[in-house]
Design a protein around this ligand. Structure first.
Ligand SMILES: [Zn+2]
Length: 86
């Protein structure tokens, strides 16, 4: 059967489409989003946008994630040090 949402042809036995449309309820359900780790996120974003992400943009995203991760680590460490009175 054809999905009315994305026009993808699905097997007759399919309960829902890849886009998240449910043939049973006839409406959009939560789409099946693959779980991606933080390090894979820039790649996932590039793939989701349907275009090739330039190397520099990818590098920038990776660096941004690194800065966020480092910031969290420093914040956590300072809280722990304060907690233990060191
Ligand atoms: Zn669909």
């Amino acid at each position: 059967m054809e999905c009315p949402q994305c026009k993808l042809i699905n097997p007759e036995s399919a309960a829902c489409c890849d886009c998240g449309y449910s043939f049973l309820s006839g409406k959009m359900e939560i789409p099946h989003v693959p779980v991606v780790s933080a390090s894979k996120l820039p790649d996932a974003l590039g793939a989701a946008s349907g275009r090739k992400t330039p190397f520099l943009a990818k590098l920038g995203l990776v660096l941004a994630w690194g800065v966020v991760a480092a910031g969290c680590a420093v914040l956590l460490l300072s809280l722990l040090l304060k907690y233990w009175g060191l």
